[in-house]
Design a protein around this ligand. Structure first.
Ligand code: THU
Length: 116
């Protein structure tokens, strides 16, 4: 998925893939905008794509960058909202660097339980 990244401004290419409870793997890449704040990260592209295709339960997420970059704050919130405490694999361009959980990325998360 990194090869599909549209990152002409940062040149920082990111790929992500989410695994569904039915064993499907759905990918996404970062898609940048000339109005930088409108950029969508690879993690959110993959998750929004999966949701759009009707998936609702996820078991793991993998993220790949050149140098092992970690998910940004916005993606941490969206991962928690849509996936709760799934396994997250962090990779660089060659290999798996570490495996963590969404709760490690966003401790004491805000979520829908506060809205009820
Ligand atoms: N990026 C991601 O795709 N995921 C992250 O979690 C961090 C940042 C992208 C956004 C932007 O296109 C580029 O990396 C540089 O910030």
């Amino acid at each position: 998925m990194r090869e599909k990244a549209y990152a002409p401004y940062s040149n920082y290419e990111v790929g992500a893939a989410v695994e569904t409870d039915t064993g499907e793997i759905i990918g996404g890449c970062n898609v940048e905008s000339s109005s930088y704040g409108l950029t969508c990260c690879a993690e959110r592209t993959a998750l929004f794509r999966a949701i759009s295709e009707g998936h609702r339960k996820f078991t793991s997420l993998a993220v790949s960058t050149e140098n092992g970059g970690m998910p940004c704050g916005a993606c941490r919130q969206v991962i928690w909202d849509l996936c709760k405490d799934i396994t997250v694999h962090i990779c660089d361009k060659d290999k798996l660097l570490k495996t963590i959980h969404a709760s490690d990325l966003l401790p004491d998360a805000f979520d829908e339980t506060f809205l009820k």
